[in-house]
Design a protein around this ligand. Structure first.
Ligand SMILES: Cc1cc2nc3c(=O)[nH]c(=O)nc-3n(C[C@H](O)[C@H](O)[C@H](O)COP(=O)(O)O)c2cc1C
Length: 343
C-alpha cells in the first residue's frame, strides 16, 4: 500500500489534507461482535488518536468496513497491524484518496443488524472495487452508504443518477417523535423501515432508523436520528449529504433551543450545511430557533404542525423539502479521485 506522507502529514489540523482509506474485510468473529468491537475500540483509541488518525468501523452481515483518515505514514503503520489481525481476512481496499478530514473525532462504530447474507455485502464490495479499478471512486460517505445502506427503492434507478436521492435527517427536541414520524411514513407508504445502531467514543448506543419513499420524480430517504447521535463523528461526516435537518419542536422553548444548538454545533465548519426546518405547534415557538439560526448563518424554514400528529407534520414539512432537491443531490456521485493505494 502506498500511503506516502505529504507535507501536510505532520499537521492534524481540521481541514488539512489527509490520507483517507476505506476497506472491507470478512469477519471471523464467532462470539459477541459487540464485545470484539469494544476491544478494537479500546486499541484504536489508544493507538490512533496520538497519531492523528480517526476511524469509523462498521460491522454488517459478517463484514467489517473501516474508514480511516490521518497522516499517510500513520495509516500505513496501523493498517499493517490491522491487516494481520486474525479476527478478519480478505481485506479489500474500496476507497483511497487524499482530501479534507471528514471524521471529526477519533472513533465511531456501527453495528447493523439485518437479514442480508454475507454474499449481498460481498456483491457491493466487489462493485466498488471494480469501479475503483476503473479509476472511479465515490467520496467516503457515499462508499459507506453504498455498502451499509444501499438505495433499493426502484424509483432511484429511474433517476438520471441513482445515487442522487434526497437525504433528510429528522430529530425531535424531546421524546421519540422523529422515530415515530419515520415509522408512520414507512407504514403510510408501505416501505420498509430500516433500524440501525451506532456507537461513538462516548455515546455507546445511538439509534437511527430510515425509510426510502418516492415523492414525485425523486426518491427521498428520511433518517431519524437520536439526539445523542448528533455529536457522533460519523453523523457529522454525513451532514453535507443532507438537504435538510427537520427538527420536531415542542412547547418547551429550552429543549427546542438545546436541540438547535446540537444541530448547529454538528454543522460547524461545513461549507454548505443542510437547511434547518423547524416544525412547531405554534408560530411563536419559531421565534427563538429562527433568531439562533440567523445568528449562526443558517437557513431556517418554519412549518406549523403538532409534532405528535405524524400526518400533519409530514404534510407541513414535505412541501418545504421539495424546493431544495438540487442541494440534496450534490455530493455523492463517483469522481476521479487520485488514488494513494497500490492495492
Ligand atoms: C476490523 C478491525 C479493525 C481494527 N482497527 C484498529 C485500529 O483502527 N487501530 C488499532 O490500533 N487497532 C485496530 N484493530 C486491532 C489491531 O488489529 C490490534 O489488535 C491492536 O492494535 C493491538 O493493540 P495492542 O498491541 O495495544 O493490544 C482492528 C482490528 C480489526 C479486526
Amino acid at each position: 500500500m502506498d500511503l506516502a506522507p505529504t507535507s501536510h502529514d505532520t499537521s492534524p489540523d481540521e481541514g488539512a489534507t489527509v490520507a483517507r482509506i476505506m476497506y472491507a474485510s470478512q469477519s471471523t468473529v464467532t462470539t459477541s461482535v459487540y464485545a470484539e468491537m469494544e476491544k478494537i475500540r479500546a486499541a484504536a483509541v489508544r493507538h490512533n488518536e496520538p497519531l492523528g488518525v480517526a476511524t469509523a468501523l462498521l460491522y454488517q452481515s459478517g463484514w467489517f468496513v473501516q474508514w480511516k483518515e490521518g497522516p499517510g505514514s500513520a495509516l500505513l503503520r496501523i493498517m499493517d497491524r490491522v491487516a494481520g489481525d486474525p479476527r478478519h481476512h480478505s481485506v479489500r481496499i474500496v476507497h483511497s484518496s487524499r482530501g479534507p478530514r471528514l471524521l471529526s473525532g477519533p472513533w465511531s462504530m456501527a453495528i447493523v443488524q439485518c437479514d442480508e447474507s454475507p454474499a449481498d455485502m460481498s456483491r457491493r464490495v466487489l462493485e466498488l472495487r471494480r469501479a475503483m479499478d476503473q479509476g472511479m471512486q465515490y467520496p467516503p460517505p457515499a462508499v459507506w452508504r453504498r455498502l451499509s445502506t444501499p438505495m433499493r427503492h426502484p424509483g432511484a434507478a429511474r433517476q438520471a443518477d441513482p445515487d442522487a436521492f434526497q437525504r433528510v435527517m429528522v430529530c425531535s427536541s424531546e421524546g421519540v417523535s422523529a422515530f415515530e414520524l419515520t415509522q408512520w411514513l414507512a407504514h403510510a407508504t408501505g416501505e420498509e423501515l430500516v433500524h440501525r445502531r451506532f456507537a461513538g467514543a462516548q455515546f455507546l448506543d445511538v439509534a437511527s432508523d430510515y425509510v426510502d419513499v418516492e415523492r414525485g420524480d425523486r426518491v427521498l430517504r428520511l433518517i431519524a436520528m437520536a439526539r445523542n447521535g448528533l455529536q457522533l463523528p460519523l453523523t457529522r461526516a454525513f451532514l453535507p449529504d443532507y438537504s435538510h435537518v427537520v427538527m420536531l419542536l415542542g412547547t418547551d422553548v429550552e429543549r427546542n433551543l438545546a436541540l438547535m444548538q446540537r444541530v448547529i454545533q454538528a454543522c460547524q465548519g461545513l461549507v454548505s450545511p443542510p437547511a434547518l426546518l423547524g416544525v412547531a405547534p405554534r408560530q411563536d415557538l419559531h421565534d427563538a430557533p429562527y433568531a439562533l439560526a440567523r445568528r449562526c448563518g443558517h437557513i431556517y424554514l418554519a412549518a406549523l404542525a403538532d409534532p405528535e400528529d405524524r400526518e400533519a407534520c409530514w404534510a407541513a414539512a414535505e412541501p418545504l423539502l421539495q424546493k431544495w432537491q438540487l442541494a440534496a443531490n450534490s455530493s455523492s456521485g463517483p469522481v476521479e479521485l487520485r488514488r494513494v493505494s497500490g492495492r
